[in-house]
Design a protein around this ligand. Structure first.
Ligand code: CA2
Length: 140
């Protein structure tokens, strides 16, 4: 089974800035442990701060993997293009947010992506990515 994790802008700063909101762990450390926990899953990881690169990655992995775990970060709330890309691909897409976007500012409560996804996990920290992996394994 192949799963791609795609992270949007600023998530390369995880564990380095704003630990009170996003936690102390870097994504690299979390990802190493995730690979160890799921030896039967082949993971791809992509992070970009550039909207078009995220669209390209969704298009690439959306036809070559079984599932995508997508945290579009700030583009969640602004990007019609990322929502359109998710709608266009065949892989199951799970939207994940580390923080609870419904407990924050009003503008974070709207996502251009959620309605195009199989489901959304928000507010469970990095654990949300692991839960999304479990969902994809169980459902595919
Ligand atoms: O909670 C999430 O996962 C978000 O997608 C994170 C985005 C935010 O714009 C969304 O509303 C919710 C922000 C990502 C910024 O990541 C940082 C990580 C560490 C330090 C600074 C920013």
């Amino acid at each position: 089974m192949n799963i791609a994790i795609i992270n949007g802008p600023n998530l390369n700063l995880l564990g380095k800035r704003e630990p009170e909101v996003y936690g102390k762990e870097t994504f690299e450390t979390f990802f190493e442990n995730l690979i160890r926990k799921f030896p039967n899953v082949q993971f791809k990881y992509f992070q970009s701060n550039v909207e078009g690169e995220l669209v390209n990655a969704i298009q690439e992995y959306g036809f070559t993997t079984d599932g995508i775990i997508l945290n579009p970060a700030g583009y969640t709330h602004t990007s019609v293009a990322i929502g359109d890309a998710v709608a266009a691909v065949v892989s199951a897409v799970v939207e994940v947010h580390i923080s609870n976007i419904f407990a924050r500012e009003e503008f974070r409560k709207h996502s251009h992506v959620s309605a195009k996804c199989a489901g959304v996990i928000s507010g469970l920290g990095l654990k949300g990515y692991e839960l999304a992996v479990r969902y994809l394994i169980d459902s595919l």
